[in-house]
Design a protein around this ligand. Sequence first.
Ligand code: NAI
Ligand code: 15L
Length: 277
Amino acid sequence: MSAVSAPAPRTVLLTGAAGGVGTLMRELLPSFGYRLRLLDARPIQDGPGAGTAITADLADRDALRAAVRGVDAILHLAGISKESDFDRILRANIEGTYNLYEAAREEGVRRIVFASSNHAVGFTPRPRGGDPLIPVDTPRRPDTYYGLSKCFGEDLAQLYADRHGIDTVSIRIGSCFPAPSTVRMLSVWMSPADGARLFHAALTADVTGHTVVYGSSANTRLWWDLGPARALGYEPQDDSEPFAAALIAEQGELDPADPAQANLGGAFCTDAPRWEH
Ligand code: NAI
Ligand code: 15L
């Protein structure tokens, strides 16, 4: 598999542009040469790409068709990003992602990068001393309705690859924030700069069909196999280790007997997952 194809997509629709990752990517992706078109249900603040911003919900099929018309690729970040009521997850993440894929099919967009999540496999026990890294083909074990919606998105991507020839790279993102804030994140952190590198690799890699990869930096305490992401041409530059001493001094090492610390999904595997109202 060659790493980078030509020509690279130039115009990319960034859904979820008002969110945490979207805001970071608005800053970082233009340096790779992209023209971004932005979409979010919430108004998008001034800043890079603001002139192209579309305020629309993923439920609005006409707005989605107009938004995807003429773009080379889509980076799909929009949706509920934590656990929530099933009905809300159904509308935003399941129906919303379906609506976006339908718009892409109708308008001839051939490449989508889908922000999946580690919570699609959240109940997988985390590796402990000497265990092998978690492979990308480990059985799905969603830890929430949120994680279940990411499993749906991955399967939807497979269907649209097989039936309609739309290529998707699904990235099971760990934790993409400016810095890790928990001991768990030392293993799953994806720095924003590495996030931009991975999204760029996924947008340009010479792969067809549906490809699933994990998304994180090259963390010393990594839990999963980054090989499939590297095969796209991704070369992570960051490692959470410089944050380790302070976080462990503050929070202690992970306790395997604590249900919130035993699995990949962390607290999402308990009755008190992070919740979005
Ligand atoms: P976020 O919650 O900060 O941003 C999501 C954005 O999507 C928000 O601006 C929201 O207004 C928009 N949105 C929600 N429902 C919508 C709808 N129906 N129509 C249009 N826009 C809608 O989330 P964040 O952290 O930026 O994550 C981005 C994506 O990456 C999400 O899909 C999330 O599930 C995924 N992800 C993020 C991780 C992280 O560490 N930040 C980890 C794993 C996955
Ligand atoms: C996710 O999927 C969430 O969107 C994000 O807010 C974090 O909770 C992240 O996973 C994580 O596992 O840390």
